[in-house]
Design a protein around this ligand. Sequence first.
Ligand SMILES: *Cc1c(COP(=O)(O)O)cnc(C)c1O
Length: 357
Amino acid sequence: MSELWPRLIVNAKTIEENARRVVQKCAAAGISVSGVTKGMCAHEDIVRAMVAGGCSELADSRVGNLATLKALNTGLPLLLLRIPMLSELHLVVSRADCSLVSTAETVVGLEKACAASGLSHEVIVMVDLGDLREGVWMDDTGRIAEILKCSPRVRCRGVGVNFGCYGGTLPTGEKLLQLIRIGKELEREVGYPLSVFSGGSTSSLLLLERGEIPPGINSLRIGEGILLGEDVTSMRSIPWLLRRTMWLEAELVEVRKKPSVPVGPVGADAFGGRPVFEDRGTRMRAIAAVGRQDVRIEGLVPELEGVIILGASSDHLILDVEDAAVPLAQGDKLKFFPDYGAMLALATSPYVPFEVV
Ligand SMILES: *Cc1c(COP(=O)(O)O)cnc(C)c1O
């Protein structure tokens, strides 16, 4: 690896261990785990860690990442997470074994794409139980069932639900029972049994811990928990998983004393915001060479005790290092731990190389 900063460093062993712990805990409840790779752009080492940890399927939201997953030949089935665009259905059937769907139109299109390519495909019908992202509303499965019945190349694998994605709704045992009921109804409508009842993502692990996932739910799709050991929806770290699995390393390009309030008339900052400053007197400050083009700075936690993130422009991260646990100098490298949003941005920034340790 060339010596370039900023860089994202990932400890793949900790991610493998997290996958193993999630898979074991889920297995004890009769639940299989789809490892969700989108947070790390389906990077090979992360994918291999999820496979080694025992995930029984790999899932991603982008057909581009599915091509990466397919090329890795892990032997695991592939699931497309984002309900597909009509314009990409030919890619969906050639790259994914199964996709999440919420409209009859998509099923019609998938059937056509399968017929054109001689393939078959499976779908999981998403049900919206209140989070207000994708899904047929509550129990409105009639129309999609009608279309499924006359789509011989598209088989319904099951039903699924999202929590905490848009509306921030939390999973409950009640809602999962509702999903099972709706799945049973869909089984009657399509005339064959469904094999998957997919009860959500990382946020459902809290229910699992409490033993509140009803029998019948047999699949979860887990990204954040495995990748970071955290659950942003429930605003908690998951106590039985490893954290600090990855960190951003950035180099300091300036360290000097400066006042804590701007001097002169103040307009808007580079992003149109009106910054607010607390006068803390003259403080030792540092600039790290990383910015909003690379990362969501609100999602970073500095490793070094006493370092405070003040703000950032597109390429400069402004730090108060007056109380830093060790004296800092230009050229020093600082570590920052990302949350899910910061990880997403880092993993997709072409300016941030990626290193696995
Ligand atoms: C991203 C995603 C997941 C994984 O969510 P995490 O919170 O990272 O576990 C699961 N299902 C769908 C549909 C997703 O888009």
